[in-house]
Write a new protein. Sequence first.
Length: 128
Amino acid sequence: MFTFALGMKAVLALTLCLMASCAGLRSSSQNSLVGEWRYADKIQSCHYVFSRDGSFKGEVVYHAKLISKFTGRWSVDGNSLLYTYVSDALDKIPAGTTDRDKLLSVRREFFIIEAADGSQRKYLRVRQ
């Protein structure tokens, strides 16, 4: 009985440590994303500003034409970057729309996502 109780305490302690480390990863990724970011290729560019309070703003330019200028709320859940859009000045994204990108890498100078269509995008830090 005594050995079983010690074993259960060890399992409980390990579980709590793992939960704390996962919470730290979420917090660390979220804190690392605070700032201004830009992605660009030959067709489009995307610009995001993620604020510490969980709000964001951004815009998308497609073939040199502004197609969306939006605001919303953002968060990180595990390896997912979550967006909830609040407004779009060009009425392209309805308020309440949600989106999710898979975070593949988060570094000080850049982050890489996998979008819903399977494409990967590398966002470079403009400023913190």
